[in-house]
Design a protein. Structure first.
Length: 148
């Protein structure tokens, strides 16, 4: 039997980390976000996610304990974010690779990786290193990922 998978991030600030990955991974969105609006937009009829939570009676301390982003085309795994009390303390043993230069000729790879890194740094990422042609970065909570 083949199983579907979810990728799960433990994090302190579920909203901040999930919004970073919405920016990093084009084609993902929150369930309920209108497809004709920018990714992360609140559902139709609400000015904000907080307004929706208020209307649903969700207590403030129970908001943003979890969040999911889904591939709008349905071909990539869902990514789940869950609030945990502890911060990140060691290097990730598993990480995501963003394949920004997939299929490009070798002379265009570095420029494409650098452009993607610049976009993600503007969203809160930090560049750690370039190792053997791969850029290593950290997201807004220090989770390592690569741009290939």
């Amino acid at each position: 039997m083949a199983y579907d998978i979810h990728i799960v991030f433990d994090c302190k600030d579920v909203d901040k980390v999930s919004r970073f990955w919405l920016t990093a991974l084009e084609g993902y969105n929150y369930p309920g976000s209108p497809p004709d609006q920018p990714p992360g937009s609140p559902p139709a009829g609400y000015d904000s996610w907080e307004a929706m939570a208020d209307a649903m009676g969700i207590p403030a301390d129970q908001r943003y304990t979890t969040r999911t982003i889904i591939d709008t085309q349905g071909s990539r795994p869902d990514i789940f974010f869950i609030a945990v009390p502890e911060g990140k303390v060691v290097k990730n043993r598993v990480h995501l690779d963003i394949k920004a230069s997939n299929g490009l000729p070798p002379d265009q790879v570095r420029a494409r990786q650098d452009a993607e890194a610049e976009r993600l740094v503007a969203a809160g990422a930090n560049i750690l290193a370039r190792v053997e042609g791969i850029l290593v970065l950290q997201d807004v909570e220090g989770n390592e990922f690569c741009i290939t």
